[in-house]
Ligand binder design. Sequence first.
Ligand code: PLP
Length: 436
Amino acid sequence: MNATETKTMYEQLGISEEVWAYGQKIEEGLRDRFRGFDETAEYNQLKVIRAMQENRVSEACFNYVSGYGYNDMGRDTLEAVYASTFHTEAALVRPQITCGTHALALALSANLRPGDELLSPVGKPYDTLEEVIGIRPSRGSLAEYGITYRQVELLEDGYFDYPAIEEALNDRTKLVTIQRSKGYQTRPSYSVEKIGELIAFIKARRPDVICMVDNCYGEFVERIEPSDVGADLIVGSLIKNPGGGLAPIGGYIAGRADLIENCAVRLTSPGLGKEVGASLGVMQSFYQGFFLAPTVVCSALKGAVFAARVYEDLGFPVVPDGSESRHDIIQAVTPGSPEGVIAFCKGIQAAAPVDSYVTPEPWAMPGYDSDVIMAAGAFVQGSSIELSADGPIKPPYAVYFQGGLTWNHAKLGILKSLQSLIDDGVVPAEKVKRML
Ligand SMILES: *Cc1c(COP(=O)(O)O)cnc(C)c1O
């Protein structure tokens, strides 16, 4: 009886009988995977609670502070909580850091000086960093300040070309940037362990080089973070994993105290550093979001493997596949055509609690080099820890799907995406029926 009621709800939300049945079958086969994610979430939940207890988080941490923000105790304590959780000396966690790109640009510009060289040993960085670095000429880029950039391409298998990395390291190499998540690419996302091996290789040759990890989408996916395996700096966005869906803005940088101090004086001003920057009432959402983040990430991971299984069994290329271990919350699915990308995103949008009635369309987003379609019916604008999908309208016509504050919502969204592909004639309904 209860199961029938739930099925009826799916029907009312536009899911056909065969799509529902296909989803049930896939979910049934994922019980062990889901248990693994739950166990990681349990561990990480305890890690966060312990950090909050150790740093004596109190009600007063949620007070509204305006103006200069001297002695903003909520802000300072939160930074200590991040540092404890990620096992770093210090952290900078601020609403004045507007997004992940800003956090990365800040970490780079704060720790590089004219004449220094930046190295990416993992191929091309995330699209928005191209303009930060100056790979694509841009006003205010690191290149304009005389900071050069070098990149080592990945091997065929998506992993590190150690001899080429060794060769690329030189006297001017000051900072190495390692992107954990694949972003808008089809290479693998890296496990923390693999990142640790890469850092060890670099440090063995150049102990003084700063190793920074772009940790976007990676937080709480594993039990350890890159800061546990030698990263000097880890950087991320609060509109993603560590914001837990509640932080309305923000970015973080955690790592070595001297490097964080460089970031603080660059963010505010030399001489002022961490001492200023009022938290403007966002602290409760920052704390509460960080508290929820391990379980929210767990929901997103369940959605990601569910999507992988749903689409790979129908013959679409997916990265990672439905059985691989996970190192971030992104799932790439390749519908293979502009129509497929658009239909997929329409389905995700139609499943949203917010703006479900709007139809997403491709547009020229700032920072990206092709039109991008984004589906996001989010409580926080553009939030990608909430159920969302974005697809650059360029070959191979892949969609990058991520998030889901709850597993139940992620499941509905993925079923809706499949329904939309069927309704738009990209996937024949017969094909789904044959899978049952
Ligand atoms: C999202 C992301 C960024 C940029 O973060 P924004 O908050 O979108 O500016 C950088 N690197 C990676 C790997 C990302 O996933």
